[in-house]
Design a protein around this ligand. Structure first.
Ligand code: RBF
Ligand code: MG
Length: 316
């Protein structure tokens, strides 16, 4: 996958692409329909399959005081797009000055002049340009004059007739509704990062953990509900099963948010490694225990619950 992260005339290999347009945070099933359509059109036309998106997420630029809300950080989004067969990723740097570009200028300067697309594909509700003034209708009014086609993808509904939505996925993560999130994404939601040096207290408790911390800039990863989860951990190309706590550890007077992962049947050292932690199911909310003994007893039960939940996944 070729990543173009500047607004400049593209090289021949990226020219004439069939391009899906959108933010695609989460790359959920609704997004995947738009991507599948673009891929199909590209294949039939013998053109490159492209995606155009904006980085950082526009809401991080417009509302920097809001808490982090990314479902898929840029690294995850790129990986998922690549797995979906995307050949050219047009990753437009999103800034306030860029946001002031009119919808007409976006069409003429960016889509036509710089990126020279051959076909635009987007969801019915895609909007772009200054004050969200550009719509699918505007694309249809202008692009065909230049021989560029426009395809609109109808709303994709789940089994409750609701539209797949990034906003709803954010709410579900905040509520610990992991099954619903998995369904909407068509894969497990993940937190990923480098393992920190811990305080070894977990090992003293009998449950050594690998700990990940997450930043607080506006474009950082969204925080799921504080609590305990059954997880699958990818590290060094291996997959481990485990249990994880996301929260501040009120029992030991923790302050900052951490994801603490206890992997089953594993005794190696994970410090400094890159971990991808897939959330399989929610077990219980985090809480303050009266003693470390009480916490330890609860973690023992959490492990039993996690193993059972992970076994169910394995046989399906
Ligand atoms: N800490 C809490 O204060 N409350 C909890 O409910 C809690 N649950 C945990 C569940 C699991 C499966 C794990 C691995 C840790 C949990 N912790 C919890 C964090 C625990 O306090 C921490 O791992 C040790 O203090 C070592 O830092
Ligand atoms: Mg949408």
């Amino acid at each position: 996958m070729l990543i173009i992260d500047a607004i400049q005339p593209v090289l021949t290999e990226a020219s004439g692409a069939v391009v899906a347009l959108g933010n695609f945070d989460g790359v959920h099933l609704g997004h995947q329909k738009v991507l599948a359509r673009a891929r199909e059109i590209a294949k039939l036309a013998g053109r490159p399959f492209g995606v155009m998106t904006f980085e950082p997420h526009p809401r991080a630029v417009f509302f920097p005081e809001q808490p982090p809300s990314r479902i898929t950080p840029v690294k995850t989004k790129r990986r998922v797009l690549q797995q979906l067969g995307v050949e050219i990723l047009f990753e437009i740097p999103f800034t306030i000055p860029f946001s002031e570009l009119s919808a007409d200028a976006f069409i003429e300067d960016i889509l036509l002049h710089h990126f020279n697309i051959s076909h635009a594909v987007a969801g019915h509700d895609f909007v772009f340009g200054h004050k969200r003034g550009g719509t699918m209708k505007l694309l249809r009014a202008h692009l065909p004059k230049y021989g560029v086609q426009v395809s609109e993808v109808a709303p994709q509904l789940d089994n409750t007739q609701a539209q797949w939505s990034s906003t709803r996925i954010r709410e579900q993560l905040a509520e610990g509704e992991i099954k619903a999130v998995t369904k909407a994404l068509g894969r497990f939601w993940e937190m990923e990062g480098e393992v920190l040096h811990g305080d070894e207290r977990g090992a003293a408790l009998g449950f050594p953990t690998a700990n990940l911390a997450f930043g607080h800039s506006p474009d950082d990863l969204i925080r799921p509900k504080f609590g305990v989860y059954a997880v699958r951990v990818a590290v060094d190309g291996h997959v481990l099963h485990g249990v994880a706590n996301f929260g501040t550890r009120p029992t030991v007077d923790g302050k900052r948010e951490l994801l603490e992962v206890h992997a089953f049947n594993f005794s190696g050292n994970l410090y400094g490694k890159q971990l991808r932690v897939a959330f399989v199911d929610f077990i219980r909310p985090e809480k303050a225990f009266a003693s470390l003994e009480a916490l330890k007893a609860q973690i023992t039960e959490d492990c039993v619950a996690a193993r059972r939940l992970l076994e169910q996944i394995a046989i399906r």
